[in-house]
Design a protein around this ligand. Structure first.
Ligand code: SAM
Ligand code: ASE
Length: 346
């Protein structure tokens, strides 16, 4: 409901209208390396020094820095005539490139890929399908062929997805006690951030990352830093190839890529190979039962429309997919963060 104040002056609409300007300020400051420079230098810097070090115009940089101050991504300390800029705690932790909680790659994926796809949101809604043809001139029907249209694009996507688990991974993995499950497959496990979180939380478990051959290849080449013996890799197509037996199958952000029929096909296959007493852990962002929110899930569902063949679903909808695939009990845990957990048992 609108308040009398909103009708007099539509503040909320002005905020929404400017939403993408805000996103772009944050993305650009990240991309130019402002937060990294300020972290590395260890002291506050003037706009002149920042512009010089980053090879930017002074008058452009001044405006970007001031907008970042307005967004509380930077703080300015006015010293005699000159303003000196420094990171806020949140930008130091999340917006710098390195560091365990960095969201840098996630933001770059938004800025470079998702942003372009959303230019065609109206077309996606009209046609009810993804917009790779318009956004990138790609005619491939296959979702992941389009998402992985170059190695560079694949790496950007994988880095971006990995970043989420540094802030939400723990919550989804402790939502249920997974310690009874020792043989775990992370289907579509990608670059493995969730698998790494999983073995650190469950010292008696071993996790196999199952993904497309070129994804496993890229993971081994770009993402695996230390030899971790409790993580192994399995190359395959989960729709076409055999899935090995395990106690638990994690499907994180998998079902939201696909329409119901394909989800049931995949879950049925998993149900058949799952050990008795085993289960499947779905990790997804859940919509309220009446789809009234949360806003993030509603927006991500539109993103699934623009980028994939899937959608975000309610807990009941996931429960129905699990039941259709033959799973018995399903339990739901809402974490209060971006991603939630559903456990289905064989
Ligand atoms: N689970 C990871 C996460 O949440 O960060 C990655 C999710 S990503 C949205 C979907 C993953 O499924 C990608 O790593 C993709 O390569 C993988 N994938 C897509 N189609 C696949 C298939 N047919 N067989 C195996 N993996 C597939
Ligand atoms: C997918 C997940 C994502 C496919 C494409 C994607 C994400 C971005 N693009 O399975 C991560 C979730 N974020 C959003 C905005 O949907």
């Amino acid at each position: 409901m609108s308040s009398a104040e909103d009708l007099e002056y539509p503040h909320i609409l002005i905020q929404y209208q400017n939403g993408f300007l805000i996103s772009k300020v944050m993305f650009t400051a990240c991309e130019l390396g402002i937060f990294d420079l300020l972290k590395e230098s260890g002291k506050n810097l003037s706009s002149k020094v920042i512009a010089e070090r980053l090879g930017c115009s002074l008058h452009g940089m001044e405006r970007l820095l001031d907008a970042c101050v307005g967004l509380k991504l930077l703080r300015a300390e006015v010293n005699q005539e000159e303003a000196l800029y420094g990171n806020t705690e949140i930008s130091n932790l999340y917006l710098t490139k390195l560091g365990p909680k960095s969201q840098y790659h996630n933001l770059m994926y938004y800025s470079k890929t998702i942003y372009l796809c959303w230019h065609y949101l109206a077309d996606a809604v009209r046609e009810g399908k993804k917009q790779y043809q318009r956004a990138f001139g790609i005619s491939s029907k296959d979702v992941f062929e389009a998402l992985y249209r170059s190695e560079e694009e694949m790496i950007k996507f994988m880095y971006g997805l990995n970043a989420t688990w540094s802030i939400c991974g723990r919550d989804v993995l402790v939502a249920f006690d997974l310690s009874p499950f020792t043989v775990i497959y992370d289907l579509g496990g990608g670059a493995g951030a969730l698998a790494h979180e999983c073995i650190s939380l469950y010292p008696n478990s071993a996790v196999t990352i199952f993904d497309l051959p070129k994804v496993i290849e890229t993971t081994k080449k770009h993402f695996v830093s230390s030899e971790e013996r409790r993580i192994t890799y399995h190359e395959g197509d989960f729709f076409k190839d055999h899935i090995p037996e395990a106690d638990l199958y994690i499907l994180a952000r998998i079902l939201h890529d696909w329409e119901d029929e394909k989800c049931v096909q995949l879950l049925t296959k998993v149900q058949k190979v799952c050990k008795p007493g085993g289960g499947v852990l779905l990790i997804e962002t859940l919509l309220n039962e009446d789809k009234s929110g949360p806003l993030e899930s509603q927006l991500y569902s539109l993103n699934m429309l623009v980028q994939t063949e899937g959608k975000e679903r309610t807990a009941t909808e996931y429960g129905e997919l699990l039941t259709a695939a033959g799973f018995q009990e399903t339990e739901i845990k809402i974490t209060g963060k971006l991603y939630d957990a559903i456990l289905g048992r064989k």
